[in-house]
Design a protein. Structure first.
Length: 175
């Protein structure tokens, strides 16, 4: 009886880990590069720089070099973007854009914007449909995101723009 209970608890714990909402930096090796392409032809490479205290750092590169540095919480949720040109954005307590369920956070940027985002995210298999927008403004077009390796975004579409991961490099999973 206790062996069956232990096996059930292990299965529940494994499922809880698999359902964790943020990027799984604990599974992503430092130096992992995720290559992607936008519908307009722009190509980017996100490189996991590694942990910094309780946070994780990702640098995004494009045709002209560094585009931005993104800071994630210990749970893999987006906290901040620092753009190469000096602009910045924060998400407090964190962006919940790809977390199933109700979603709200305060968005701030270097231009002085302070906006409250409110939305709902619905999981459909490996996709998350985000519907919402900034309080007092027209809602955004729904965003459909596919969650892939490392519990990170592997594609998205908002009706006008789309993105897709094209390959992984130095990510240690036999590819």
């Amino acid at each position: 009886m206790s062996l069956r209970l232990a096996a059930s608890l292990a299965l529940i714990a494994t499922q809880a880990i698999a359902d964790a909402p943020g990027i799984r930096f604990d599974e992503m090796p430092v130096g992992c590069k995720i290559h992607g392409r936008y519908s307009n032809g722009d190509v980017t490479v996100d490189q996991y720089v590694g942990p910094s205290g309780q946070k994780h750092i990702v640098k995004t590169y494009g045709g002209d070099g560094l585009i931005r540095t993104s800071t994630y919480s210990k749970d893999g949720l987006l906290l901040r973007k620092n753009w190469a040109g000096g602009k910045w954005e924060t998400f407090k307590p964190a962006s919940c854009f790809n977390v199933p369920g109700p979603c709200s956070y305060t968005y701030r940027n270097g231009d002085g914007a302070v906006l409250e985002y409110v939305g709902i995210n619905t999981r459909r298999g490996d996709e998350i449909v985000n519907e919402g927008g900034f309080a007092g403004e027209a809602p955004f077009d729904p965003v459909v995101t596919t969650i892939g390796r490392f519990n990170a975004q592997s594609s998205f579409s908002d009706g006008t723009t789309s993105f897709k991961v094209t390959r992984y490099e130095d990510c240690d999973f036999g590819s």
